[in-house]
Structure formats: structure tokens, C-alpha cells
Ligand binder design. Structure first.
Ligand code: C2E
Ligand code: CA
Ligand code: CA
Length: 729
């Protein structure tokens, strides 16, 4: 606290300042009136000690001045004057001094008196500060956004700020002295007991308050009990906030959340259901895919892996053999020898049953880890692994044949079957499964070509042959594309006169190295690879083209040309039409053309073949049976074939004429032909002895090296010019 001391005398002011009661206070001492006045105006000292003297009126003036500028109850002014001057005392009190003490008093007394004044000044100063603070607090509260209410313990409102009054629809003055009940719902407010109040910490709650106009609104309240210096509760301060907006938002948020939750739940349920459906569909589809895959890789009849799956397994084993070069394994290619006979005699169902039973027996003939596959129709594949040597696989083949040999009960009949087995061993050295299977098949064909029911292991020589065949096949396809086939003609001669009646057209082909390939090689190959129709069509066109040229040379009397026909053509129902078209294209008369077919090719295709031959004959083309006597046709059915001529196979004619059995057959054939009204041509006449013998038997036409080898088309013209061959010479 600040103290101002004024005395004209330096000694006296210092005496005052040194009083014990003023120790530790901030004392300003002045001798000059103006300086003292200015000091007060600046610092407003709560305690002022002023000396009053008769000689100097400044002390009294200072006192008056202070009272004039400052509120009376804010400063304690003590004047010091000699006790023996009552007038001066009175003047001092009149000037505004609170107290006058004796200037000459004992310092102890002065200490007590000024000490009391000091305490009064301190209290005044404190209350001034409190007042200032209260004002500041009140002003701050009035500016607050939150409502503040102070009540005493029975709920009477002692203070309320602007915000709180406004929140409840009142002016602050209206609320002062009112019970806080008017702000809350009826019966909701209860005073705190003294006990509760003492122990109460600040408490927060949400409740509903009521505005002046009766409107209810949600509030959040935070209350605190105010204790006095003795710890007794004297008031409750409550801070309130109108939370209408917040509640509103909360409820909207709540609604939105509920709605969202609801929607999420609905959507989740939908998704779950969809997911279940999807899972189900996926499972179904997988099942279907697995089934499809299974079906794609298995033979539907025997349920065995099909060629594709077998390939796949074999490629894996082949790939593994890089790492284990000692691993010996084999592919067995099986063909059931009796399948065709069974289907033809007992029907296709019986054939199916034969295949199923055979597949079961196969299964029982090999180890479970060996793979059995179906190669289509009556062919099977077996992959046998972990062999010690080639003898092992021979044993397996034998076991298979033994197991198959036992009769099978099919359609009430005991059926016996055997299998031809071709074997390819991994030691041959394979990279591709198709090569290994191909070689096993080649070996199987060899086994089949034997007696059947045997097995043959593919070897080097077969390999070479297979390679050569492959090369030939490629070259043949190329030759077909480039139309490289030629035709040579061999005269057919009237045996009595030596006149050339016609020619047999014989296909000729040279491979890439310019070497002639015999037709007995390339014709069966073309049949096998399905290009024979193309080939024969080319031959036929060439023949027609040659006939056309000869006609230009010799007019209408051209000799006939007989063209060999593969058995495959006798299965093609539109063959006769195609021939008719070709003849028309080249303006060739059908009577100038003949076709040669073997008896076996008629037997194989029977009804279709007969139909086709009849159509050809209707066109005016004559039909020969070639190589007669070598086939299986029963002589009794010969009369039912629509043919004109029999060509006696050269095997009966060849030789030195001492084979009487052959001549006997030739005689029978000629007799038969005469009976049926058929013409006969003897093939392969090489010697005059043969010619004589044939002539003696009454055969009118012949063909053979004795007359001429097959010649180039250009050489044919020679025969056209001189149609008779001097056969007797
Ligand atoms: P093929 O129809 O029996 O033809 C007669 C074969 O006997 C011809 O052999 C011919 O050159 C040969 N030949 C003729 N006279 C004699 C002889 O006095 N002694 C001997 N040893 N042989 C003689 P090529 O030309 O080698 O034809 C062989 C077979 O090829 C033919 O036998 C025929 O079946 C077939 N062929 C030839 N050209 C064609 C064709 O264009 N189409 C069809 N499908 N087969 C054809
Ligand atoms: Ca022929
Ligand atoms: Ca022949």
C-alpha cells in the first residue's frame, strides 16, 4: 500500500516515516505542497499523513484538495497538530481529516494511532479493489454468451446476467429477488440441504427450463456451491446454456443416423442375400465347369481319359524324363481285333459293351498308377511307367492279351476278342507325346498286319519308315496342290488281231528328288490321308484332256481309256454326277471311258458301291472288275454287280505256264464270265507262251509288257496311227 507524508519539516516527516507501523510500506514524503498534491493525484495514496501548522496553511489546503478530488470514503487522512492548539484541530477536521493526533505525542502512542489508521486505509483499499473486481466481473458476465445466475441457498436470485435473463425472456432486474423456480418446470427445483450443499462438487445436468412466455426449452446447467470463509454454503452459481439448437441438431443427426443404420442394415441384408446367391451360382458353375472339363477330357462311353488328357499326362512324364533320364516308360497302342465283326454282327450296342468290358479288363491288367486312355472307337492307349527293361513291357502286353482272351458275355453270346498292341519305349528318345503315340500306332499297324492278337515294339527301322512316310505324305500333298501327277497309258490289245482296243490309264508321280514313286505306294497313302478323291479327279481331267487331243488327231474313232478307281470313291454318292460334269467340261463321250474297281472295294461299300456303279453305267461308262480272283467276293454274287468286264489278275497269268492250278482258275473265270455275258481281259502278259495259253483258254483281250509298257501320252499317238501290234512276230 502507498502512503503519502506531507510536512514542511524534513526531520518530522522522516520521523513519521520511520514509525514501525509504516515499515514495509511504500512511503512518498513531501515538503512542498504542489509536489505533494501532484503525487496524490497520480498515485491516490490510501493513507495520507499531513502536518497542520498555524504558520503554514499548506497542510490544511492539501487535505481540502484531497477531499475535493477524491471520494471521501476511499482515503484515510490523518492530520498531525499540537494538542495545545484546539483551533488548529478543529480546522483540520473541518478540512476533511479523519483524525487529528498530537504532534508531540509519544512515538509509541503515535505508532498505535497511525497503525489503526493504516488498518482502516488497508480495508478501504481492499474494498475499493473488491469493488473494482466485482464491477469487472459483472461487466464480463453481462457480456458472456452463457447465462449466469447466482442464488442464495433457498433459491432467491441474487444476480443474473444479461444472457441468462434474455434466455428466459426477462430483463435482469425482473429476476433479482425472484425464486429460481420461475425459470424451471413446476416442482422440478428443490433446494439443497445444508449437508448436500457442503459436500456438493460442481454438477452438470441437462434439463428443461421455462421462458417467461411459458415456452419450454432444453438447457445444460453447470452449478457450483459457493462457500464462505468458514466453509458454510452461501450461494449457488449456475451457468446455463440454451441447447435447443444443439438438441435439434442432435435429434436430426440421430434420425439421420437411424435412417442410415436402417438403410445400411437393409442394404447389408440385400448384399448378404445376393452374396449367398452368388456363392451358390459360383458353386454351381464350378460344378458345371468341372463336369464339362471332365467330359471334355474323358471318353463318354468308357469314362477313360481321352486322347487330349492322355497327351497331357504323357507330356508331363516326358518333361520329367529330362530330369530322370533312366526313367523307362512305354506307350501301348491297342486295337481290338474283333470290334468291327461284333458291331456288324451283333449291332452297335454290343460293340459298346465290348469296349466297356475291354476297358475294365485293361484296368485290371496294369498297375493303378499306369494311365489308360481311349484313342477313339476300338483303340486304347496305355502309359506304363517305372519299367526296368523292355521285357517288363512285353510282360504287360502279354498280361493284357491274356486278360482280354477270356470270353466276354455280350448280348447273350460268348464273344472272344484279341488286341493288336504297338509299343513305343521312352528309350527311343521322345520330346513330343504325339511322336511317341504315333510310333506306338505304327507298331500296332504292324502287329495288326501280322496275325493279329500280337504285340510289336517300335524300332529304328519302323522309325525310318515312318519318317519316310511322313516325308512322302508332305510331298504328295504338295504334288496335289501343284497338279504334278502324270498319266501313262498301257495298251489293251485284241489278242487275235493285235489291234489296240484301248488303254489303261496309270498314275505316275516323281518325288522332290525326281525319283518315280510307284502307284502302289502313293495311291494307298492318298487313300489313308484322305486326298485320293482330289488325286483321281486330277487323273480323270488329264485323261479327258488327252482323249480330246487324240480325237482332234483321229476323229471319232478314238480308243477307250480305262481309269482306275479307288474304293473310297465308291462311298461317295455324288461321284457319278461329278464324273458327268467332267465329261461335259471336256466334251468326252462316256463310251470312250471305263472305270476299273477291285472286287474288295465293291464288297466293302456294297449297296452304295452298287448304286454308284449302276449310275456310271447309266451314263454309258463301262465298269471293269480289276485284279479279279484275288478278292473275297463269292463268285455267286458276281452276277448282281453292275459290271461289264473282268480283268484277270496278273498273278494267275505270270510264270512259265507250268502252274496248272492257276490256269485252272483262269479257265473257270473265263467260263464264268462267258456264262454271265462278261468280257475278260488278261493282265500281265509278258511272254508269248503266256499269250498262247491265254488265247487257248478263249480270252479275247489282254494287256502286258509283251505288247507294251505303259507309255507317255505323246507315244499313244504312235498306236493311233498304226493301231495293230504285230503280236505274232
Ligand atoms: P493295276 O490296276 O493292276 O494296274 C496294272 C499294273 O500292272 C500297272 O502297274 C502296270 O504297269 C502293271 N503291268 C502291266 N503289264 C504288266 C506286265 O506284263 N507285267 C507286270 N509285272 N506288270 C505289268 P502300276 O502302274 O505300277 O500300277 C500299280 C497299281 O496302282 C495298279 O494296279 C492300280 O491298282 C494302281 N493305280 C495306278 N494308277 C492308278 C490310279 O490312277 N488310280 C487308282 N485308284 N489306282 C491306280
Ligand atoms: Ca487296273
Ligand atoms: Ca490289275
Amino acid at each position: 500500500m502507498k502512503v503519502l507524508i506531507y510536512s514542511p519539516e524534513e526531520d518530522f516527516s522522516s520521523q513519521l516515516a520511520s514509525l514501525r507501523c509504516l515499515a514495509a510500506l511504500d512511503v512518498d514524503r513531501w515538503h512542498d505542497f504542489s509536489a505533494a498534491r501532484e503525487s496524490f493525484e497520480q498515485d491516490r495514496h490510501p493513507l495520507v499523513l499531513v502536518e497542520a501548522s498555524t504558520s503554514d496553511g499548506d497542510g490544511l489546503s492539501l487535505c481540502r484538495k484531497i477531499r475535493a478530488v477524491a471520494a471521501k470514503d476511499r482515503h484515510v487522512i490523518v492530520m498531525v497538530a499540537p494538542n495545545d492548539d484546539p483551533l488548529l484541530h478543529r480546522l483540520a477536521l473541518q478540512a476533511g481529516a479523519d483524525e487529528v493526533i498530537d504532534r508531540n505525542a509519544d512515538p509509541d502512542l503515535m505508532h498505535v494511532q497511525i497503525g489503526n489508521a493504516k488498518r482502516r486505509a488497508i480495508r478501504l483499499d481492499e474494498s475499493r479493489l473488491v469493488h473494482k473486481a466485482t464491477l469487472a466481473i459483472q461487466r464480463a458476465m453481462d457480456r458472456m454468451q452463457l447465462g449466469v445466475t447466482i442464488t442464495n441457498m433457498d433459491g432467491t436470485i441474487l444476480y443474473t446476467n444479461e444472457a441468462d435473463a434474455q434466455m428466459h425472456g426477462y430483463e435482469p432486474e425482473e429476476l433479482l429477488g425472484q425464486s429460481v423456480r420461475i425459470l424451471s418446470l413446476p416442482d422440478s427445483w428443490k433446494p439443497l440441504t445444508a449437508e448436500q450443499a457442503r459436500n456438493m462438487k460442481s454438477w452438470r445436468r441437462e434439463t428443461v427450463n421455462v421462458r417467461k412466455d411459458g415456452e419450454e426449452f432444453p438447457v445444460q446447467l453447470l452449478s457450483d456451491v459457493v462457500l464462505d470463509a468458514d466453509g458454510e454454503p452461501v450461494a449457488v452459481v449456475t451457468v446455463s446454456e440454451d441447447i435447443t439448437e444443439r438438441k435439434h441438431m442432435e435429434s436430426e443427426l440421430g434420425n439421420a443416423r437411424d435412417e442410415l443404420t436402417c438403410r445400411v442394415r437393409e442394404r447389408t441384408t440385400e448384399l448378404l442375400e445376393a452374396n449367398i446367391r452368388l456363392q451358390h451360382e459360383i458353386l454351381e458353375r464350378r460344378k458345371a465347369e468341372r463336369q464339362l472339363l471332365y467330359e471334355a477330357l474323358h471318353d463318354s462311353l468308357t469314362d477313360l481319359p481321352n486322347r487330349a488328357l492322355f497327351y497331357d499326362r504323357l507330356s508331363r512324364v516326358l518333361a520329367g524324363s529330362d530330369r530322370h533320364p533312366d526313367h523307362l516308360f512305354a506307350v501301348l497302342y491297342l486295337d481290338l481285333d474283333q470290334y468291327k465283326v461284333v458291331t456288324e454282327s451283333l449291332g452297335p450296342d454290343a460293340g459298346d459293351r465290348l469296349l466297356i468290358q475291354a476297358s475294365h479288363r485293361l484296368r485290371n491288367s496294369v498297375r493303378p498308377e499306369d494311365t489308360i486312355g481311349s484313342a477313339g472307337s476300338d483303340e486304347f492307349l496305355v502309359l506304363v511307367e517305372d519299367l526296368r527293361d523292355a521285357n517288363d513291357v512285353t510282360r504287360v502286353a502279354r498280361r493284357i492279351q491274356e486278360n482280354l482272351a477270356a470270353p466276354m458275355e455280350i448280348a447273350g453270346q460268348a464273344v472272344f476278342t484279341t488286341a493288336s498292341i504297338g509299343i513305343a519305349l521312352s528309350s527311343t528318345g521322345y520330346d513330343k507325346p504325339e511322336d511317341m503315340i504315333r510310333d506306338a500306332q505304327i507298331a500296332m499297324f504292324r502287329a495288326q498286319a501280322g496275325t493279329g492278337g500280337g504285340h510289336i515294339i517300335f524300332d529304328r527301322e519302323m522309325h525310318e519308315r515312318a519318317l519316310a512316310r511322313m516325308r512322302l505324305e508332305m510331298e504328295l500333298r504338295q504334288a496335289l496342290e501343284r497338279e504334278e501327277f502324270e498319266v501313262h497309258y498301257q495298251p489293251i490289245v485284241e489278242l487275235e488281231s493285235g489291234r489296240v482296243e484301248g488303254f489303261e490309264a496309270l498314275a505316275r508321280w516323281k518325288n522332290c528328288d525326281g525319283l518315280p514313286v510307284p502307284p502302289n505306294e502313293f495311291i494307298p497313302l492318298a487313300e489313308e490321308i484322305g486326298t485320293i478323291a482330289d488325286l483321281e479327279h486330277q487323273i480323270l481331267r488329264r485323261v479327258c484332256c488327252d482323249i480330246q487331243q487324240w480325237r482332234e488327231l483321229v476323229g471319232r474313232s478314238v480308243p477307250f481309256v480305262s481309269v482306275n478307281l479307288s474304293g473310297k470313291e465308291l462311298a461317295n454318292p455324288s461321284f457319278a454326277n461329278q464324273v458327268a460334269d467332267t465329261l461335259r467340261d471336256f466334251e468326252v463321250d462316256p463310251s470312250w471311258l471305263r472305270f476299273e474297281v477291285t472286287e474288295s472295294s465293291i464288297v466293302e461299300n456294297s449297296s452304295v458301291a452298287v448304286q454308284i456303279l449302276a449310275e456310271l453305267r447309266q451314263l454309258g461308262i463301262r465298269v471293269y472288275i480289276d485284279d479279279f480272283g484275288t478278292g473275297y467276293s463269292s463268285l455267286s454274287s458276281l452276277h448282281s454287280y453292275p459290271v461289264d468286264t473282268l480283268k484277270i489278275d496278273q498273278s494267275f497269268v505270270s510264270g512259265d505256264g507250268t502252274n496248272h492250278e492257276n490256269w485252272e482258275i483262269v479257265r473257270i473265270i473265263i467260263g464264268l464270265a462267258n456264262n454271265l455275258g462278261l468280257e475278260v481281259i488278261a493282265e500281265g502278259i509278258e511272254t508269248t507262251e503266256q499269250l498262247d495259253a491265254i488265247r487257248e483258254l478263249g480270252c479275247s483281250l489282254g494287256q502286258g509288257f509283251l505288247f507294251s509298257k505303259p507309255v507317255l501320252p505323246i507315244e499313244v499317238e504312235r498306236f493311233l496311227g498304226a493301231p495293230e501290234i504285230d503280236i505274232v512276230a
